[in-house]
Structure formats: C-alpha cells, structure tokens
Design a protein around this ligand. Structure first.
Ligand code: MLT
Length: 334
C-alpha cells in the first residue's frame, strides 16, 4: 500500500512539475511598427531565434508586423498596462512617455552607427532603460540601429533649407522633431506612423523622414520621388517589454530575455552594415532621386542645433546629460 501511495505521489508531483513547466512556457507577442524586410523585423527575428534557442524551445515569440497591433505610441500604453508583451518602435515614439530618451533624438547628436552602438550599450543606454521603466512601465531589452532619417518628398529635389518652403512634411508626434522643422522655417504635420503611408498616398502630406531600410520596407518609393541625405537623426528603435510581464517571469527566464535582447541588438547592427548600401541602390532602381544637402548640410545643422538643443535641456535631464552623451562619443561639450 505504502509503495502504491509513494508511486502515486511521485507521479502526481512529476505531473505537477510538468504542468507548472508548461504553464510557464510563453509565446511573446511582439508589435512591430514596420513591415517585413525592415531593420525592426531583423531585430525581432534575432530576438525570436535567440529566445527559442536559449530556452530550449520552451519560449517562442510572434511578430505582428506593420502596425497590426496599433500605432507605435499606443503600443507603449498597451505594454505599460500588461495587455501587450513587447513592441518594436522608433525611440521618438517613446519620448512622449519618457522625456529623457529625447537625448537620442536631438538633431545632429548621434553622427554614426558606431556612436549609436557606444551610447546605447554603455552607461547612458542603461540609465535611459531605467528611466523608461520608471516613467513608462516598459523596459528596453534590445536596440535596433536603423540608420539616418533621410528626407523624402513627392514634389522637388530639396538641397537647401529654403527648398523646404511649400512642402507639407509629416513628422512623428514628437516635440523635438516638430521644433527641428520649425527651425528650418516650416511647420510640419504630426501624424501617427501607422497613418503615414496613406497620408503620403492621398497627398495629405508631401513628404516625411525615415531611414533607407524603412523607406524600402514600407514601399515609400511608390508614393515618394526625391530623397535628401540629411543626417539630423540616427534612428534608434528599441525592443521594449512590458515591465509587468517581465516581473512575472522567473529570474532564469528574465536572464534569457536579456541575453536574447543582446543577440537581437547584434542582429540589427549586422543587418544595417550588410544591407543599407544595397537598399539605397534598390531605391534608385525604383526611381527615387537622391541628392545631398548643399554645403555639407551646414545651414540645416546650424539652425537646428542652435534653436532646438537649448529648448530641450530641461526635459532630457539638464545640459549636463547632453554633455555626458557628447563626451561618450568624443565630442566637445556645449
Ligand atoms: C516614425 O517615423 O514614426 C518611426 O520612425 C516609424 C518607424 O518605426 O519606422
């Protein structure tokens, strides 16, 4: 009898362990603002494969591309309240919820992929991650490096600040970007990312800015003709996880998520290094005309940095924050 009880008890506890294990297995839902072929997708796929490998197949992830789960800014709210697990979105769409990350959106601060890698993977990136947890209830676990946001429009080649006159340019709902265009003499139109293609197609707006890989993935060449190689923002697009969801995971699973995030960051850097030049050629083949701003962009730089930087010192945590960023990438303080 005793033997039977012991055997039954052992069977029950093994079943309980299996059930508990099974209950912990999770399919993480990831909202992705951009479509297939984008830098965001490269990060998402890098995360998914690392997660599946590190968890021995226990956890998996599903990407919902092209804003299927809502506008990028809405996904921050959804993740904050725990109704969405994760989101991949441009950092400019997190700034309204956690203003200190705006330091990465200030015009002409990040001047290369190497700057972006150094800043995001160093102490400043860590500090901003902690700030987004406290301010917005989301944790940054990976960084997408998407490249410089170049300007596109359907009407004319833009080489100078004066050429912008008469163009209606869409920008994200981001004060720093709105003020940057104002410093260049035009009043841009804030519009959610999920509405931008339609806005360009129906000519509610004439142009927008985003990196080459995004322009290609979103097929903007169908509705835009001219590209200007401005380099005012190097686009960084984090993978965020709901802090509530993260805290519900075991310590071991949290570690897996963070390690998979590092692999995803690397996948994104590899994608940009391998694909950006090729994608630029594809856009030319599709009929886009690419021009450089005149005088090495000097007028754009001068106007934006003079007018916009001081206006946002307070929201990014003081001028000393900007100086810490500049020091980290070997530039002089303001
Ligand atoms: C935006 O312009 O709102 C974003 O850069 C879109 C994106 O995630 O690519």
């Amino acid at each position: 009898f005793l033997k039977r009880v012991c055997t039954t008890t052992a069977a029950i506890s093994i079943t309980a362990m299996l059930v508990a294990g099974a209950a912990q297995a999770k399919n993480f839902k990831i909202a992705v603002g951009d479509s297939g072929g984008s830098s965001q997708e490269a990060t998402g796929l890098g995360f998914k494969s690392a997660l599946e490998e590190l968890s021995g197949g226990k956890h998996t992830a599903t990407l919902f591309l092209n804003g299927q789960l809502g506008s990028e800014q809405d996904t921050v709210n959804d993740a904050a309240i725990g109704t969405l697990d994760m989101s991949l979105l441009a950092i400019n769409n997190i700034t309204p919820f956690s203003p200190t990350v705006g330091v990465f959106t200030l015009p002409y601060v990040i001047l290369s992929l190497e700057d972006a890698e150094k800043l995001t993977q160093g102490p400043i990136g860590q500090e901003l991650t902690e700030n987004t947890i406290n301010d917005a209830g989301v944790r940054i676990i990976a960084w997408t490096y998407t490249g410089f946001r170049v300007l596109t429009n359907s009407k004319k080649p833009v080489k100078s600040v004066a050429d912008l006159e008469g163009l209606v340019i869409r920008v994200p709902k981001n004060e720093i970007m709105i003020d940057t265009y104002k410093s260049w003499g035009i009043s841009p139109t804030p519009m959610a990312w999920s509405e931008t293609f339609a806005g360009l197609q129906t000519k509610v707006v004439d142009g927008q800015d985003n990196p080459y890989t995004t322009i290609n993935a979103m097929k903007f060449y169908e509705v835009q003709k001219y590209v200007t190689n401005i380099r005012y923002i190097f686009s960084i697009e984090p993978l965020i996880i709901s802090e509530q969801v993260f805290q519900e995971l075991s310590a071991e699973d949290q570690e897996i998520i963070l390690t998979a995030g590092k692999a995803a960051t690397q996948a994104s850097a590899d994608f940009l290094r391998e694909k950006e030049a090729e994608i630029k050629e594809i856009l030319i083949e599709k009929g886009m005309e690419i021009v450089d701003p005149e005088n090495g962009e000097a007028e754009f730089i001068e106007l934006a940095t003079t007018a916009v930087w001081p206006k946002f010192y307070e929201s990014i945590g003081g001028v000393e924050k900007l100086n810490a960023v500049l020091a980290e990438i070997g530039r002089d303080p303001v």
